[in-house]
Design a protein around this ligand. Structure first.
Ligand SMILES: C[S@@+](CC[C@H](N)C(=O)[O-])C[C@H]1O[C@@H](n2cnc3c(N)ncnc32)[C@H](O)[C@@H]1O
Length: 290
């Protein structure tokens, strides 16, 4: 059995993925190799030679990725902040840009003891679980409408709780229901929401079209069908001084801030960009006066 340079296997994987139109072929090739070898991607240079079965295993995953199966479905996990969650068929794959929402929320909660947090449209539960991981004193409520996504969230929540994190409270519910979580009205410190926000009919990459559930992605003709009622829910749920952060696509910043500013009880409305300068999420605070 002749050992082979890992570098060559990765170069070949990068070539195949690049030809298939994968957006970041080198990164994905390295992450697949790291997954097969069971090492961190940064440790790959420490593995100069690999056995043929390893090359075969890398090749099989690369072939699936070349068919545009999401990388996270192949590795089985996605990261957010300092945690990772299980992902797979039937649930939205958490994206790196959503970390911005988490970071904003964590900053807002600085100095707030025993905060109450709500994550609307929780999917895998990733934002709620990342928050529970960072803030063990928080009571985190998470709402999801889709039963398959909710099953992933339950599984992820159980694993995080078994690992010692404060358990989150998961609800099967509709974030657009005018009474969603109404028991918490006026008592919530932070509402986070990464909703479906893509306008119906928008062309999306195969990873999204074929693997993210449509209800996790699309939301009416202008992409705002879930965002509108979520803003109403947050205005009702937040305590004075509490904050709301909603992710949106890079064309919606103006519309979302307009919707936030139209609410009498919301103030300090802002839109936030990512490192590439793209508008990514909007925030607002609940006024002191009702
Ligand atoms: C873009 S995904 C985000 C999931 C997760 N928060 C994340 O950042 O990875 C949107 C999620 O909202 C759920 N969803 C869509 N409409 C909903 C509604 N009306 N009420 C509750 N959840 C909803 C979808 O099933 C999906 O899991």
């Amino acid at each position: 059995m002749t050992r082979q340079p890992l570098r060559l296997a990765i170069l070949e994987a990068e070539r195949i993925l690049g030809t298939a139109g994968v957006a970041s072929p080198r990164v994905d090739a390295e992450l697949i190799a790291a997954h097969v070898l069971g090492v961190e991607r940064t440790r790959l240079p420490m593995v100069p030679l690999v056995d043929p079965p390893v090359v075969d295993a890398i090749g099989q995953l690369v072939a699936q990725r070349a068919k545009r199966v999401p990388l996270q479905h192949l590795t089985g996990w996605a990261a957010m902040g300092r945690i990772s969650v299980g992902v797979g068929p039937g649930v939205f794959v958490p994206r790196p840009e959503t970390e911005l929402l988490l970071a904003w929320g964590l900053t807002l909660l600085t100095g707030v003891r025993d905060p109450v947090v709500v994550d609307l449209c929780t999917g895998t539960g990733v934002l709620a679980l990342a928050m529970a991981g960072e803030r063990p004193d928080a009571v985190v409520h998470a709402v999801e409408l889709d039963s398959v996504a909710l099953a992933w969230a339950r599984q992820n929540a159980e694993l995080r709780a078994q690992g010692g994190d404060t358990p989150i409270r998961l609800y099967a519910g509709d974030a657009t229901d005018p009474a969603v979580l109404s028991d918490l009205d006026g008592a919530v410190d932070l509402v986070l929401c990464n909703p479906p926000y893509v306008p119906e009919g928008t062309e999306v990459p195969p990873e999204v079209a074929e693997h993210d559930p449509a209800m996790a992605v699309f939301s009416g003709p202008d992409g705002l069908d879930v965002i509108r009622p979520v803003i109403a829910a947050a205005a009702r749920l937040l305590r004075p001084g509490g904050g709301l952060a909603i992710e949106h696509d890079d064309t919606q910043g103006y519309r979302v801030t307009e919707l936030l500013a139209a609410r009498r009880v919301l103030t300090d409305v802002r839109d936030h960009t990512d490192l590439a300068g793209r508008s990514r999420f909007s925030t607002a605070l609940r006024t002191a006066a009702a």
